[in-house]
Design a binder for this molecule. Structure first.
Ligand code: FPP
Ligand code: ZN
Length: 506
């Protein structure tokens, strides 16, 4: 039907004259009609308890609901339905509430959950043999994010990973397994967390990394394995934390293609991973995923200052637009990709992108006075919503603790570690010092990743996020995802670069 001018005039006229047409949506009737999801928050308003934030008001939730049902939309509705009772405070699962009405962070329980696997695992965990370094990292780093002492694991971890280190350099997942970038990254970060970096053969690592560097600038995950953005981030993390020479080893096959440094063509290769959607894929022309955005951004923050390398190699506006669509409504956490479900681990993989992007966007303009790029005023994402999702939906109630993907999932080390790191990203402020040196003159080490500063949530921040001091997680380094102290120790330990001369050799 064509809408004539007069029909449009009538409608407007009618609206203006007939006040009865402008109706307020009822608060407690026909809830299911608005969203297709039962809305459980009304008891709060009736009882005058804590105020629900705007994005959890019944009328807001219904605004963008898609009526066309698909497998995906049904899964999305089911997830919203399982989360809403927790988000709105109808079901706190018996977790004690803080003074703002959100469940407290169950520090003791989560710490105990993360200590358990480090003491030994039951037989079914044999299936995770190839992921042992990851278990070490998630548990030790997660504990450190809770300010737990992990130094008692130093000797044991060093002895456990010694046989996972291959003679050709790098670490495999289990005994006799090929060196792999992901296992090497996880082992390195776990060792840095407990202060056990001495076990690493840095020179062999340098040689091995030279064999996974590719002529197009990227890195393979292992010799003969896939080339992807995780490899680039993991390799550059090892090179920088361990202060390995940036020059490619003489035996690196990539030298034949004319490359001389690990950084050669790397930024350009990362550019090719940005897709038409604006997001980042594992490799050119693959599907975009939030986790790969973190790898790309963190890798660029190792290459140089965020306000220089990120806009140089990525279309920042389009990346921001893509990542903002991953913060889900009504849950407030992040999904990994378009039209998929919220999952607590993306609190880090996507939540961790914002500090890096904020520093890229703000640049040195606002840093003139104190030399720092501030993210405090940035509203690129909803920190409050992420904190609410993690505290209300992702904490496993009961004495065993642990954090989980979503309420219907079981807790595990991976989700506990990355939920805590995501909480830290949302609660604290991370700034980049634009006036600090970016390269070490003596050794050539890339220093940009060491120029970050963390500031604990202020009283105002905590009030805005509805948390108390004890609900706030420690500062987590935005590029290396371990405690700042562990990063600083690695920086100092290898400041002189080079390789130790082994007696009896030339
Ligand atoms: C899909 O899983 C997940 C991916 C395609 C990417 C996962 C990548 C990471 C977590 C980054 C790893 C980084 C390093 C440094 C090794 P899914 O289909 O189960 O999940 P989804 O439905 O949430 O996308
Ligand atoms: Zn997950």
């Amino acid at each position: 039907m064509a809408i004539t001018d007069s029909a449009a005039d009538d409608t407007l006229d009618e609206l203006l004259r007939n006040k009865a047409r402008i109706i307020e949506l009822p608060d407690d009737n026909n809830e299911d009609e608005v969203t297709g999801v039962p809305f459980p928050g009304n008891h709060l308003r009736k009882n005058g308890i804590h105020h629900l934030p705007q994005w959890l008001q019944q009328t807001t939730i219904g605004l963008f609901h898609d009526d066309y049902n698909t497998v995906s939309s049904e899964a999305l509705d089911k997830t919203a339905a399982e989360c809403l009772p927790h988000l709105t405070g109808q079901d706190n699962q018996g977790i004690p509430l803080n003074r703002h009405g959100l469940p407290h962070l169950q520090r003791k329980q989560h710490a105990s959950f993360l200590h358990t696997p480090l003491k030994g695992l039951p037989a079914p965990y044999a299936a995770m043999d190839a992921s042992r370094p990851w278990l070490f990292y998630w548990c030790t780093a997660g504990l450190s994010f809770l300010r737990e002492d992990v130094s008692m694991y130093r000797e044991r971890l060093m002895e456990t990973v010694r046989p996972l280190q291959n003679k050709i350099g790098g670490f495999g997942g289990g005994h006799g397994q090929l060196s792999h970038c992901a296992c090497t990254y996880a082992t390195l970060l776990a060792l840095a967390t407990v202060g056990g970096l001495d076990v690493i053969d840095r020179e062999a690592m340098w040689h091995w990394l030279g064999t996974v560097k590719q002529a197009d600038g990227g890195f393979r995950m292992a010799i003969g394995a896939e080339e992807d953005i995780r490899g680039a981030y993991c390799a550059m993390t090892a090179i920088t934390l361990l202060n390995l020479p940036l020059e490619l080893p003489p035996d690196s096959p990539t030298r034949e293609a004319g490359l001389t440094h690990f950084t050669d063509r790397l930024g350009e290769w990362i550019s090719t991973c940005q897709s038409y959607e604006g997001g980042i894929s594992s490799a050119p022309n693959h599907e975009v995923h939030g986790a790969y955005a973190f790898c790309a951004l963190a890798c660029l923050c190792i290459l140089g200052p965020p306000h220089i390398t990120i806009p140089k190699y990525l279309d920042v506006d389009r990346l921001i637009r893509c990542l903002t669509t991953l913060q889900t409504n009504p849950e407030g956490g992040f999904a990994g990709r378009t039209n998929k479900l919220v999952d607590a681990c993306y609190s880090h993989w996507v939540g961790g992108c914002w500090a890096l992007l904020e520093a890229a966007v703000v640049g040195p303009h606002e840093a003139k006075q104190n030399g720092s790029v501030s993210s405090a005023e940035s509203r690129l994402w909803n920190r409050e919503a992420l904190v609410r999702y993690l505290l209300t939906c992702c904490q496993q109630p009961g004495p065993k603790g642990g954090m989980r993907d979503k309420p219907s999932a079981r807790p595990d080390g991976y989700h506990t570690c990355y939920s805590l790191s995501g909480l830290s990203a949302a609660q604290n402020q991370y700034t980049y010092n634009t006036t600090a040196s970016t390269t070490d003159r003596e050794t050539g080490r890339l220093l940009s990743a060491f120029n970050w500063k963390g500031e604990r949530a202020s009283e105002g921040d905590m009030k805005g996020l509805s948390v108390e001091r004890n609900d706030v997680v420690e500062l987590v380094h935005p590029v290396f995802v371990i405690r700042f102290e562990a990063v600083e120790e690695a920086r100092r330990k290898f400041a002189r670069g080079g390789f130790p001369v082994v007696e009896g050799t030339d």
